[in-house]
Design a protein around this ligand. Structure first.
Ligand code: TYD
Length: 202
């Protein structure tokens, strides 16, 4: 099964994925953890290009690089892992492309949906956790951490992305679980485990 985590930078996805992975491993489940963009040699190279602050590019170039990275990751890692019955924990998947490239960069939604469909070979997450934080929380947390090309983007863009994630979650309520990223780490983890246990017996 495919479990994805979404949210803006500094929402705490990575910490939650690590905690969940440890929990599932303790329960003797086969788990793999990946992040987008990345996870294969090609996708990691594309990640470096995408996150390098001096690489200026237009929104379509950016979209195609994210899609190319995803296409390689799905083909070489996600599909085989799902086929062999592993639980795949993914730090971002195509909901990020809708939030960032459609709501943030204003690319045409239908076109991006098509790109997402083909790059992921139609694979859809079984469940998606959105860790929701405000712009204020993000700015507070980001001060002490390294700034990359995305984290440098102006507040307006980030606000649109936050709204984007909230909208996508509302439109896909059967798949999404919204978590308050301002809650303590342990509380969020408990909630994730509770949801997975209720829904999938994990
Ligand atoms: P990353 O450092 O992995 O951020 P995080 O650790 O918070 O997930 O950087 C990934 C950046 O790429 C992040 O700012 C979101 C952006 N992104 C998109 O714009 N579109 C996408 O489709 C994906 C997967 C990521």
């Amino acid at each position: 099964m495919l479990i994805t985590f979404e949210g803006i930078d500094f929402c705490g996805k990575t910490t939650q994925i690590k905690l969940l992975s440890e929990y599932l491993i303790r329960k003797k489940k086969k788990v793999i953890t990946i992040r987008e963009p990345g996870g294969t040699e090609i996708a990691e190279t594309l990640r470096q290009i995408l996150l390098e602050p001096k690489n200026k590019m237009n929104s379509f170039t950016e979209l195609f690089l994210f899609e190319a990275a995803r296409s390689d990751l799905v083909e070489k890692v996600i599909k085989p892992a799902l086929t062999e019955g592993s639980i795949v924990l993914c730090d971002r998947f195509w909901d990020s492309t809708i939030a960032y490239q459609v709501f943030g960069r204003k690319l045409p939604e239908d076109f991006v949906n098509q790109c997402n469909f083909y790059s992921s070979q139609g694979i859809k997450p079984d469940i998606t956790f959105l860790i929701d934080i405000s712009l204020e929380t993000m700015l507070r947390r980001s001060k002490s951490l390294k700034i990359d090309r995305f984290e440098n983007e102006e507040a307006e863009f980030i606000k649109n992305v936050i709204e984007g994630f909230r909208t996508i979650a509302k439109l896909n309520q059967s798949r999404f679980v919204i978590l308050d990223g301002d809650e303590p780490i342990e509380e969020i983890h408990k909630r994730i485990v509770e949801v997975l246990s209720n829904k999938f017996g994990l």
